[in-house]
Design a protein around this ligand. Structure first.
Ligand SMILES: [Fe+2]
Length: 188
């Protein structure tokens, strides 16, 4: 069976409808996950430039879509070999689909009560390799870290309820027990 084409325009229209009908992260994730997998598999959105990454941050954030109010952000994200990002939350629902190569996702849980600004303790709960076509859905409080352990640049599709630089997300340091704001440089 050949999957029919599923464009960015169609995907975004479906995201608008889903988020108009559902407010719970769990319901949104249930609806968005199969559509994100279908869109990730559609070759029409992919471009060689998505493999370009910022050397300093080791990652290339390529914005495919966001709404004028910064909601419904769709990114193609590339990871240079050996590069990754430390434990962070998104403070919005998110769906990640592997496109090219394998990225190791480590999941964490917060173990303090969040009362002390800038302080956080977290502990690892599980690890999972995300390869081509594989998907993970996370609610706004989920904490994960990502690394490309391979020798090729990897690419994955990321869908967020809110653009990451507007969601107020945090980066955690499990050794120093700190929590700080996480802002990334987005490429074209
Ligand atoms: Fe993330």
């Amino acid at each position: 069976m050949t999957a029919s084409s599923y464009s960015l325009t169609e995907f975004v229209e479906d995201l608008r409808q889903i988020t108009a009908e559902h407010s719970e992260d769990s319901s949104i994730l249930r609806e968005v996950t199969p559509l994100a997998q279908r869109f990730a598999a559609d070759p029409t959105w992919r471009d060689e430039k998505h493999y370009e990454a910022d050397e300093e941050q080791g990652i290339g954030f390529h914005l495919l879509h966001e709404e004028p109010d910064n909601t419904l952000a769709v990114f193609a994200i590339s990871w240079l070999p050996g590069k990754g990002v430390g434990p962070h939350n998104h403070r919005t629902w998110s769906v990640v689909v592997g496109v090219d190569g394998t990225e190791l996702n480590t999941f964490w849980k917060r173990t303090d009560d969040g009362d002390k600004p800038g302080f956080a303790t977290i502990e690892e709960t599980s690890r999972r390799d995300i390869g081509h076509g594989e998907v993970i859905g996370m609610d706004g409080n989920a904490i994960h870290s990502v690394i490309n352990n391979g020798d090729q640049t990897t690419l994955s599709l990321h869908v967020y309820g809110m653009h990451l630089n507007h969601s107020g997300r945090s980066l955690f340091d499990p050794l120093a027990n700190t929590e700080e704001k996480l802002i990334v440089k987005v490429q074209d």
